[in-house]
Ligand binder design. Structure first.
Ligand SMILES: [Zn+2]
Length: 128
């Protein structure tokens, strides 16, 4: 039995994140197998699921790494961004600007965006 809300959710996710479309078939197969109490989840499906998990894990590691770089570029705690009073690194103080921003990462990740904002008035420094 198809779940209309689930289908709607998948449709919404794919419209927002088209790069996730390849995963939807797999998840739909998994849920329909569960709904039918179907035990045909064999080696092929397991392999497909395993490979998908590997790709998702790599994507997650990339995203976490990029987020860590952004935190360092902004001088924030990369563990909690100042959201966790029990953070072993910052004790919840690590909002942006709490630490000295990493110069190289700031120039790479933040400065190009600031240059596009005329009200900030970022002036290119002259190279020596
Ligand atoms: Zn922290």
């Amino acid at each position: 039995m198809a779940n209309a809300m689930y289908d709607k959710l998948i449709e919404h996710v794919v419209s927002q994140r088209p790069e996730l479309a390849p995963y939807t078939e797999l998840f739909q197969n998994l849920t329909s197998a569960n709904e039918n109490n179907d035990h045909k989840f064999g080696k092929k499906q397991f392999r497909k699921l395993y490979n998908t998990a590997i790709v998702l894990e790599e994507d997650l590691e990339d995203a976490v790494s990029e987020l860590d770089d952004l935190a360092m570029a902004l001088g924030a705690c990369e563990k909690c961004w100042g959201d966790n009073n029990r953070c072993s690194k910052c004790r919840g103080n690590g909002v942006t600007g709490y630490y000295m921003p990493d110069d190289k990462l700031f120039r790479q990740l933040v400065l190009p965006a600031l240059k596009r904002l005329p009200w900030i008035g970022v002036v290119e420094e002259q190279s020596v």
